[in-house]
Design a protein. Structure first.
Length: 310
């Protein structure tokens, strides 16, 4: 068995949106993961959770409104629920796919907490939209609680949360032990459960951690060889959506940094993927970051396609 470790960051397409969509999507995603296992790698998986955590947040808050004796679920709890829900479908789909190929490896989901800095500048400029549409009165009530809201359409409002940078993965030793035991591990789902340290205690934060940055940190702390970010495009492009659009194959870290400085990558979309890749490869030797879509995951891993940063 190779000692190569790959951290696979799954995007929305790999998971679907609704409950039935997720069941189907994870079965297809499991084939991709099994392909990588057959390549002789140790696989650790992270994933997005946008639609899922939004659904859970809305459901729990509607429940709280209907049942005043119950408290509203904080964002950190909703994040934990989404990790368990997504991990449940994903690990079962991967397990079944591996067994169908004669591969007998345990698959485990680790509820993962990620430490953030309470003084992160992001708390002054929240940007991540979450939850259902609110009326003006509901929005005002949220602001009275100290929450941030934004107007998404005339007369329609939604909550917005900060996206602080991940600092440290609390359960990293558990993830490492499972990976070293040749198990498939699902960790840091949705960017991880955001927590702040207060003495020996960890307290959930009302925030959302950027999934790609958390995936990069996971790869860094595991000393992985490859960070494979699966998104909606086969290759990263320059001058996107113009008649001068060009696609990137293998590029150096210096080239990626130059393109980033030029503003080629959209914030909240491709930018955090490039940032995660650059951070990962800069903190170790013989590392690479690959960005491609799920349909080309295996070909991306063997460098037949995708955007590869070395």
């Amino acid at each position: 068995m190779s000692e190569k470790t790959v951290v696979v960051a799954l995007g929305h397409k790999a998971l679907g949106t609704t409950l039935p969509e997720q069941k189907l999507a994870t079965k297809e995603t499991a084939k991709v993961i099994a392909d990588l296992v057959e390549e002789g790698t140790r696989v650790v998986i992270s994933h997005s959770n946008g639609p899922q955590v939004g659904m859970i947040h809305t459901a729990m808050n509607e429940f709280g409104k209907a049942h005043p004796d119950f408290t509203f679920a904080p964002m950190s709890v909703c994040s934990a629920m989404s990790q368990g829900y997504i991990g449940y479908d994903l690990q079962n789909a991967i397990r079944a796919e591996l067994i169908s190929r004669g591969i007998y490896k345990p698959v485990a989901t680790v509820l993962t907490q990620v430490v953030i800095d309470p003084y992160d500048d992001a708390f002054g400029e929240p940007e991540k939209i979450i939850g259902r549409v609110l009326t003006a009165d509901e929005a005002e009530a949220e602001e009275d609680k100290g929450n941030f809201v934004t107007e998404t359409a005339p007369g329609e409002y939604r909550r917005i949360l900060a996206a602080p940078k991940p600092q440290r993965i609390v359960e990293i030793e558990t993830v490492r032990a499972l990976a070293n035991a040749e198990q498939i591990v699902i960790a840091a789902g949705g960017g991880g459960i955001p927590v702040m340290e207060q003495g020996i205690d960890l307290h959930g934060a009302s925030a959302i951690i950027e999934k790609d940055l958390a995936s990069g940190l996971l790869a860094e702390e595991l000393n992985a060889d490859t960070l494979l970010i699966l998104t909606s495009v086969e290759k990263v492009s320059l001058n996107k959506d113009t008649d001068k659009e060009t696609y990137l194959g293998t590029i150096s870290a210096e080239e990626a940094q130059t393109y980033m400085n030029e503003g080629q990558f959209a914030a909240g979309s491709m930018l955090p993927k490039i940032q995660a890749g650059l951070s990962f490869i800069s903190k170790g030797e013989n590392r690479r970051a690959i960005i491609t879509d799920i349909a080309h995951a295996k070909d991306g891993y063997i460098e037949k396609t995708g955007t590869i940063i070395k």
